[in-house]
Design a protein around this ligand. Structure first.
Ligand SMILES: Nc1ncnc2c1ncn2[C@@H]1O[C@H](COP(=O)(O)OP(=O)(O)OP(=O)(O)O)[C@@H](O)[C@H]1O
Length: 600
C-alpha cells in the first residue's frame, strides 16, 4: 500500500490565474463525455446500492451460519456465502456504506480544514499564510500510512477516528490548491474594483474568489475521494481498521485473501466493487477537468489599443477654489518595503486638493507616481506599500490609518473609483447586472428588485442604448467602451461626491475615448462631482480639467489652472511634456480656448 496523499495530484490549472469558473451547461457537457457519463452512472449505482441496502437484501450482513460456509449462489444469496456463512451480497452493499462513509468522512475533514484555510491564507496573506504554510509543510512531510498505523496502535480499532486523521493529512492538498489560485486572483483588477466598491472581504471571497476555485475543488474532490477510499480499504485489508464484524470492502478482501484457495469469488466481489468505484472516481475527475477547465472559452477580452490624444482648449476656474476640498493631500509620502528590510520612497511631499465640482488632472510620465498617489487616496495601495508620511483628508476626514470598515463606509458613500482597464475590472464569471446589483445592495441595503431598477437607471445614465440587454450580458459580450460605461455606472451607484479615475480611457480607441469622456464630463457636471483624473494625456487634461498637477519622479513639480500650466509652463519638465505632444503631431491648441467651452 504505497498511496501518497493527493497533494501531489493538483490539477494542471491549479496555479493559473484564470481558472474558468463552473459555467452554465457544464453538466450537459459532462453527460456528453462518454467516460464521464459511465463513471457518473457507476458511482450513482454504488451510492444508491449502499443507501438502499436494507431494501435490496434479505439477510443481515452479520447473520452467520457456519453450516452453510462457502455456499454457492442460491435464492436469497445471489453471490453465495462467505467463510462464516454470511450473505456476500448483503455484506457487499452494507460494506459500501462503511467504506464510502469512511472515505466521505476523510474527504469532509480535508475540505473543511483545507479550503477555508487556503482561501484566507491566499487572500489575506501575512502571518496566517506564514503559519498555515508551515503547518501544511509539516503535515505533508508525514508518511500517511505510518501515521495511521501509529494512530491505530494508540487509539484502538476505530476506523472512523482513523478517517478523521486521514482527513487532516489530506487537508494540505486542498489548502495548496486553493491558496495557489487565490494568490493569483487577489491581484486581479476586478477584485480591486470590488474592494473599492465597498464590498467586505468575506463577500469578495464568497463572490469573486470562491467562484474561481470552485472548478478545481470539484476535480480535487474526486481525486482525494479515490485516495481516501484506497487508504481506508487498505487499513481494513491489513486488519487494522474496525475490529468488529462491521462489513467493509477492505475487510472482505482480507477474508477473500485468506481463503483464496478455497473460493476465489470471495476476493472477486469486493475487489470488483473497490476497483470499479476507484476507477469511476478517477475517470470522473478526468472528465470534470476536461469540462470545467475548458480554456478555449475564456471570456476575458483585453483591449490594449492605445490611441492618439486630442489637444483642445483649457478649462477655467469658476470660483471652485473657494470651496473646502473634498480631497486634501498634504506632504504625502508613499514607501514600499524592499526584501532587504529597507524602504523605497516612491512618492515624496505631494500636496493636492480636489474641491466639489472641480476636475483635477494628475499628469506625468510613466512611473512618476500618479497611480500611487491616487491609490493612497482610495486606501488601496498594493501590499508592501504604505503612506509613510503626510496626511490625506477625504471629505474632511483623515484617512491615513483608517480601519478597513471605515474605508468601506467612505468608499460606499463618498468616494468612487474608475479604473484603467474596463474588461479586467469586470469579473468574467458574472453578468454585468449582477456586478452592479451586488455593490448597490451592499451600500444601500436595497432589495434585489430595487437594486436592479437602480442599476438599469445607472446604465441609462451612462448612455447605454439597451440597458436591459447589457444588464443580462457577460463582460465578454460587450465592447471595451461599453465596459467602461458600465464601470462609470457602477462608480455612480453610491452617489459619490469624489471620483478618482485612473486613466479611464487609455485602453479605449480614439472615438470611444471621446464618447466615454463626454459621459464622464456630463456626469461630473450634473452631479457636481470632484474628480481626480490620472492621465498621461495633456489632451484629456485640456479637455476636461480645471486644474492640473504635473508629477515627475514621485513629486509634483508644477500645478495650477490648466490654461496657465499648459500655455505658460514654468517648469522645464512640463515644457518637455508639451513638446512631446507636439512631436506626436498633435495640436497643442491649449491656448486657443476650448472648442466646447460653451457646453461647460
Ligand atoms: N508594488 C510596488 N512595489 C514597489 N514599487 C512600486 C510598486 N508599484 C509601483 N511602484 C513604484 O512606484 C513608482 C510610481 O509608480 P506609479 O504606478 O504610481 O506610476 P504612474 O505614474 O502611475 O505610472 P503609469 O502611468 O505607468 O501607471 C514607480 O517607480 C514604480 O516602480
Amino acid at each position: 500500500m504505497t498511496e501518497s496523499l493527493p497533494a501531489l495530484t493538483e490539477p494542471a490549472g491549479a496555479a493559473a490565474p484564470h481558472v474558468p469558473a463552473v459555467r452554465r451547461g457544464a453538466f450537459r457537457r459532462l453527460v456528453r463525455n462518454p467516460l464521464g457519463l459511465v463513471a457518473a452512472v457507476v458511482l450513482l449505482v454504488v451510492v444508491v446500492g449502499a443507501a438502499a441496502a436494507p431494501w435490496l437484501t434479505t439477510h443481515a450482513p452479520d447473520a452467520a451460519d457456519l453450516r452453510s460456509a462457502f455456499g454457492p449462489s442460491a435464492p436469497g444469496h445471489p453471490l453465495g456465502l462467505d467463510s462464516a456463512g454470511r450473505d456476500i451480497w448483503s455484506r457487499l452493499l452494507f460494506g459500501a456504506r462503511n467504506t464510502l462513509g469512511g472515505a466521505l468522512l476523510a474527504l469532509a475533514v480535508a475540505m473543511v480544514l483545507g479550503i477555508p484555510a487556503g482561501l484566507v491564507a491566499g487572500y489575506a496573506g501575512r502571518w496566517f499564510d506564514a503559519v498555515s504554510g508551515w503547518v501544511v509543510n509539516l503535515l505533508m512531510a508525514l508518511p500517511a500510512m505510518i501515521v495511521l498505523l501509529a494512530a491505530r496502535a494508540i487509539i484502538g480499532p476505530t476506523v472512523w477516528a482513523l478517517m478523521i486523521i486521514l482527513g487532516v493529512l489530506a487537508a494540505p492538498s486542498f489548502f495548496r490548491l486553493v491558496r495557489g489560485i487565490v494568490v493569483n486572483v487577489r491581484h486581479e483588477l476586478y477584485v480591486d474594483s470590488a474592494r473599492v466598491s465597498g464590498l467586505p472581504p468575506w463577500r469578495i471571497i464568497g463572490r469573486h474568489v470562491l467562484v474561481v476555485v470552485r472548478a478545481p475543488i470539484i476535480i480535487q474532490i474526486s481525486l482525494v475521494a479515490g485516495v481516501a477510499l484506497g487508504l481506508q480499504a487498505g487499513l481494513e485489508f491489513i486488519g487494522v481498521g474496525s475490529s468488529s464484524d462491521l462489513p467493509t470492502w477492505g475487510g472482505m478482501l482480507n477474508e477473500g485473501f485468506q481463503f483464496v484457495q478455497r473460493d476465489r469469488t470471495l476476493l472477486l466481489w469486493p475487489g470488483l466493487a473497490l476497483g470499479l468505484t476507484s476507477a469511476a472516481l478517477v475517470l470522473l475527475g478526468a472528465a470534470l477537468r476536461d469540462v470545467l477547465e475548458d480554456r478555449g472559452t475564456d471570456p476575458v477580452v483585453r483591449r490594449r489599443d492605445r490611441a492618439a490624444q486630442r489637444a483642445v482648449a483649457p478649462a477655467v476656474l469658476d470660483g471652485k477654489a473657494e470651496r473646502s476640498p473634498l480631497l486634501s493631500i498634504r506632504s504625502l509620502a508613499v514607501s514600499y518595503a524592499l526584501p532587504d528590510g529597507s524602504q523605497r520612497e516612491v512618492v515624496h511631499e505631494v500636496d493636492l486638493d480636489v474641491r466639489p465640482g472641480e476636475v483635477v488632472g494628475l499628469v506625468g510620465e510613466s512611473g512618476s507616481g500618479k497611480t500611487q498617489t491616487a491609490f493612497s487616496a482610495l486606501g488601496i495601495l498594493p501590499s508592501g506599500g504604505r503612506v509613510s508620511r503626510g496626511s490625506i483628508q477625504v471629505d474632511g476626514q483623515e484617512v491615513v490609518g483608517l480601519s478597513a470598515a471605515s474605508w468601506r463606509q467612505l468608499r460606499s458613500h463618498v468616494v468612487s473609483y474608475v479604473p484603467q482597464e474596463p474588461m479586467s475590472n469586470l469579473d468574467p464569471s458574472f453578468t454585468v447586472g449582477s456586478q452592479l446589483v451586488e455593490p448597490i445592495r451592499a451600500a444601500t441595503g436595497a432589495s434585489r428588485a430595487q437594486a436592479r431598477e437602480r442599476a438599469l437607471g445607472l446604465l441609462r445614465s451612462v448612455e447605454i442604448e439597451d440597458p436591459e440587454r447589457t444588464f443580462r450580458a457577460y463582460p465578454h459580450e460587450i465592447s471595451g467602451g461599453m465596459a467602461q460605461r458600465v464601470l462609470l455606472a457602477g462608480a455612480m451607484a453610491c452617489n459619490p461626491r469624489l471620483l478618482i479615475a485612473d486613466e479611464p480611457t487609455t485602453a479605449l480607441d480614439v472615438t470611444v475615448q471621446a464618447e466615454v469622456l463626454e459621459v464622464l464630463r456630463r456626469l461630473q457636471q450634473e452631479r457636481g462631482l470632484g474628480v481626480l483624473l490620472v492621465t498621461h494625456s495633456l489632451g484629456v487634461v485640456a479637455d476636461l480639467c480645471d486644474t492640473v498637477a504635473v508629477m515627475q519622479d514621485g513629486r509634483i513639480v508644477e500645478s495650477g489652472p490648466v490654461d496657465q500650466v499648459l500655455t505658460a509652463p514654468r517648469e522645464e519638465y512640463t515644457r518637455r511634456l508639451l513638446a512631446a505632444v507636439l512631436d506626436e503631431g498633435q495640436p497643442p491648441t491649449v491656448a486657443a480656448g476650448r472648442a466646447d467651452e460653451g457646453e461647460r
